[in-house]
Design a protein. Structure first.
Length: 246
């Protein structure tokens, strides 16, 4: 079972730590609701105690609160934050579009470069979506790109540039990295490090009926990632960008 750590405001007569099983979009989670305190030491003790309770109930991964303030305490209890790598890669093409627009960069005519260590299904899907949206797509791969290039030309009538130079990668308006590239400056207007969970995720919007079912105060990226992984939230139900920006 996945854990969910959230903060609550102090209320008279209320326990400082409350554990409750609940359903979030048909996925069962064990929620630890912890009362806030003005004293950092008290907060740390409560977080550690809540982490021990979650671990005792068999929880190994947890959705952190929005402020990410308890990562260290929960880690010491043997709890790891829910991973977001799969979600990052699933929304990469939409993320490129919204990030370019936010930087006042051209969208359809932008040069979008993709670099990966291997031609995975995630890379194929992302490159395909990018080719259908942007005029110039560059693909840097050690092998396997030729067949994808032929497939895209055959099925969609689009083409991409294989084997771009370092200067071409750094000159693209958007750079999408599936794996680390220490030789690149990453000074492109948009540079998405899909391997790096420390890079801030974009805003996400769900249909109103789904938004209403989400608990408040949870890390949104982690929550959507685990709901998608569990199969209770579909990729097409996740829109990249705020409601106001759509």
């Amino acid at each position: 079972m996945v854990g969910l750590f959230t903060w609550a405001e102090p209320q008279k007569g209320q326990k400082s730590i409350r554990l409750e099983e609940r359903l979030v979009l048909r996925m069962r989670v064990l929620q630890a609701e912890v009362t806030r305190s003005a004293h950092p030491a008290v907060l740390r003790r409560r977080a550690a105690a809540a982490g021990k309770k979650l671990r005792k109930r068999g929880v190994t991964q947890v959705v952190l609160p929005e402020d990410d303030s308890v990562r260290e305490q929960l880690s010491k209890c043997g709890l790891r934050p829910v991973g977001t790598l799969a979600l990052r890669r699933a929304v990469a093409a939409d993320w490129v579009r919204t990030a370019l627009a936010a930087k006042d960069q051209p969208v359809a005519g932008a040069r979008v470069a993709v670099s990966a260590a291997a031609l995975t299904g995630e890379v194929v899907r992302t490159v395909t979506e990018l080719c259908l949206r942007h005029r110039y797509v560059l693909l840097d791969l050690p092998y396997g790109g030729e067949e994808l290039c032929r497939q895209l030309r055959r099925e969609y009538g689009v083409s991409l540039l294989l084997g771009p130079s370092k200067d071409q990668l750094e000159g693209a308006e958007a750079l999408v990295l599936f794996d680390s590239r220490t030789d690149l400056s990453l000074k492109n207007p948009v540079a998405l490090r899909l391997y790096d969970e420390k890079q801030a995720l974009p805003s996400f919007t769900l249909p109103p009926s789904l938004e209403e079912a989400l608990p408040e105060g949870a890390d949104r990226g982690q929550l959507l990632a685990v709901l998608r992984e569990a199969g209770v939230l579909k990729r097409e139900e996740i829109s990249v960008g705020s409601r106001e920006g759509r």
